[in-house]
Write a protein that binds this ligand. Structure first.
Ligand code: FES
Ligand SMILES: [Fe+2]
Length: 419
């Protein structure tokens, strides 16, 4: 349970808020790389309550600019994407990816007016299938590497969906191991059957895992420990919280997976879902199967704006009849669609003064504490050495995993060991 002022501090991301300031100290995903076509349409996007356009120039370089033309505010999503910048279609002003106004053809030729204008342009880089932007006013830190960002593109798949609620509701889902056994029961039973294995089935049987957490420089890591049928062994699921908005866990087929819940504003979130395989390339068939299993199929699950067709207004298209026939626990097809439905069902910005947290919620509680404390430090003027930014906050070797292990072996000893 959080006091109202703590909930506000945790959730709100505008430029004048503590969390908004803190989040502006990190590189954040702003688009998938394949959303931006060289020389193609700039896309409108929102990040931390800022209206932005992201684009890839004809030479392949990406840029992120304030959405509204510095002349009189027309959206640069309508602009022509030319060499060296976007040309606003209203009066033809041309804005470079660095924010310089390069041409003002509606002004007299002798005008030097344009040199006095600097449009908001943000540092940007591309890795791991994502375009990352830095919205802070200080110098940007080194871009962070994750395990998947160091792999060839053939070894990972990236999905994106937009969620109609506050980012913390999404983030809390990805560091909440207990919900797997319940919300995703359909997946684990089916996956267990298909694999002919008991391993995934054992998750389903133990719906009250014991959670053990250790703080780290990047956030924390925690193990969800489940009974596995006999006293001598247990199922260990190790996950990481990487500040400010990343969860690393064992995803479909126990492949290392990452979810990022990136705030568009206080009531909307962009969810990026990465699944990686360090051993083998992920072929087209598997990509398609994952897309279907997660509920991420464009035109079926997602509309052209990457919003889900399952939404509050249509009751998330929950199939009560199939539930009645015993075919499904949730009545919602697609693992990520299940996540999104419960996250959105909490309301656009949940009042955490009304909740009742139990022992399975300790990772959620720890994340909130870490982020609230970091936002308070930010408000006190501490700008460096915040969680995930200080020395020792490397993330390039982290991954979540799931292993059946002897109960007597501390889970810490499994980290880095071969499966
Ligand atoms: S509004 Fe963009 S050039 Fe006039
Ligand atoms: Fe989930």
């Amino acid at each position: 349970m959080l006091k109202p002022e703590e909930n506000e501090l945790l959730c709100r991301v505008g430029p004048d808020t503590g969390m908004g300031g803190l989040l502006r100290r990190y590189w954040l995903p702003v688009a998938c790389g394949d959303e931006l076509v060289a020389g193609g349409a700039p896309i409108r996007t929102r990040l931390l309550s800022e209206d932005l356009v992201a684009f890839r120039d004809p030479g392949g370089r990406v840029g992120v600019l304030d959405e509204h033309c510095p002349h009189r505010g027309a959206s640069l999503s309508l602009a022509r994407n030319e060499e060296c910048g976007l040309r606003c279609i209203y009066h033809g002003w041309k804005i470079g990816a660095d924010g310089r106004v390069r041409e003002t053809p509606s002004e007299p030729e002798s005008s030097s007016f344009r040199h006095r204008i600097r449009h908001a342009a943000y540092p940007v880089h591309e890795s791991g299938g994502l375009v990352w932007a830095y919205l802070g006013s200080q110098d940007a830190p080194e871009p962070r590497a994750f395990e998947w960002t160091l792999l060839p593109a053939s070894h990972y798949v990236v999905f994106k969906a937009r969620v109609a609620c506050n980012w913390v509701q999404g983030l809390e889902g990805v560091i909440d191991s207990a919900h797997l056994t319940h919300l995703h029961k359909d997946l684990f039973f089916r996956a267990g059957d298909a694999a002919g294995g008991e391993r995934l089935g054992s998750i389903s049987m133990d719906g009250s895992p014991r959670l053990e957490i250790e703080d780290t420089a990047y956030g924390f890591r925690y193990a969800a420990l489940r009974r596995a049928g006999d006293e001598a062994s247990r199922l260990v699921r190790l996950s990481h919280f990487v500040a400010p908005c990343f969860g690393l866990f064992a995803g479909p087929m126990a492949l290392p997976s990452v979810q990022a819940y990136v705030p568009e504003d206080d009531h909307n979130t962009a969810m990026y879902f990465v699944i990686a395989d360090r051993e083998n390339p992920i072929g087209e068939d598997l990509r398609a199967a994952l897309r279907t299993a997660l509920g991420m199929v464009p035109g079926v699950d997602l509309d052209a704006g990457l919003r889900r067709v399952r939404r509050a207004e249509n009751g998330w298209l929950q199939d009560r009849e199939a539930m009645g026939r015993g075919e499904t626990f949730t009545g919602i097809a697609g693992v990520n669609a299940e996540d999104q439905a419960v996250q959105e069902s909490m309301g656009r910005l949940y009042d955490r003064g009304r909740e009742h947290l139990g022992t399975s919620d300790v990772a959620v509680i720890r994340m909130r504490r870490i982020m609230i404390n970091a936002a308070r430090r930010y408000l006190r003027g501490e700008r460096d050495d915040l969680v995930g930014l200080g020395a020792g906050a490397r993330t390039d070797e982290l991954c979540g995993f799931e292993r059946l292990a002897p109960a007597a072996v501390p889970w810490q000893e499994l980290v880095g060991a071969d499966a």
